[in-house]
Write a protein of this length. Sequence first.
Length: 454
Amino acid sequence: MPSNPVAETVASLMPRAKEELTELVAFRSVADFDQFPRSESEGAARWVADALAAEGFQDVALLDTPDGTQSVYGHLPGPEGAKTVLLYAHYDVQPPLDEDGWTTPPFELTERDGRWYGRGAADCKGGLIMHLLALRALKANGGVPVHVKVIAEGSEEQGTGGLERYAEEHPGLLEADTIVIGDAGNFRVGLPTVTSTLRGMTLVRVRIDTLAGNLHSGQFGGAAPDALAALIRVLDSLRAEDGSTTVDGLTADASWEGLTYDEDQFRQDAKVLDGVELIGSGSVADRIWARPAVTVLGIDCPPVVGATPSVQASARALVSLRVPPGVDAAEATKLLQAHLQAHTPWGARVSTEQIGQGQAFRADTTSPAYQAMADAMAVAYPGQRMQYAGQGGSIPLCNTLAALYPHAEILLIGLSEPEAQIHAVNESVSPEELERLSVAEALFLRNYAAVSTN
């Protein structure tokens, strides 16, 4: 990176950034309080609030959101008449999954092979550190030229919508001219990328009942309807032979126009085992950015260890459906529920319950903020031009903010590039990406301030 004062300042702050990320990763801040102590999430929220207060933020507050979690808010005043930029990240994380599968403990930030490993290092505690680095670099080099609001969500990974509902109930709180969502990532390490689309999502729990109670499989098996077998039939109906998602009434043939995703590279990024085929049809980008995708997240049934010879009376599953821009998530939910009911065999009793939902998002990439970001990324990533990519994941807050503030420009950047392996074991962040994106965000704020005053 060519020498410039902002880049030099960020470089000098990287040891401090590592210390702070170590502290933040140490909180087991999974917003599922049946599995993890609420005190861990509350401790992480207080850490964020203290960090904002130390940087001179005003009105720092722990917001009690309707889903029982806390989001952290703060406001850093800028020059009179300046534009306002909202910086977003979330401090809650996914569960570590199999802790024994981690090479190093998931809640201890560990450096290995040039990367920093730990749950939330990239998604999205690292995003909070990125925002802090950018603001510190500007404060050390002439000051922050815009008003800045920061919002750190406490339940993004759970999809329970607490912050969305809070924002709707307090519509002035997060209002801004531009919003930077620090929860996306570059298409590849070293390739500056903004995410221009997000798939929406719905979560549906399905339950099938066939018997008053479990029965001996030797005495009754073969005639007694097996709820687990019925559930398997239902879940299988959600995919075509090639693995494509097939929800009755849901269009699944859209194409992606933009950055391409090489199939061999995808296999490597996804760590697909040798000889195992990819599923679906169309290009990889079509499948992960432009089309719906169903995933069975979990099944309630007896574990193999300790299983008894029984015909199962009931079984449940949690089904996720990702939907692309242009598809209404509420309508997709209705179609999914109708499909599950229609494909339940043998007259079995079936019930469905929606437990989470978020709309898809498409950004306006022609706005002045995008040009300001492109210019900033060209400096932070010499020789590289900013790329546009989609993201298969969902950030429901984006649509809430877009609806509340239709004039606002929304950009998505972040640290979750493929090598980060977010949501999986051995999640990690590239410190070089953290450094470069912090420089890019600082320069973006400076560029945007200049554009907005012209």
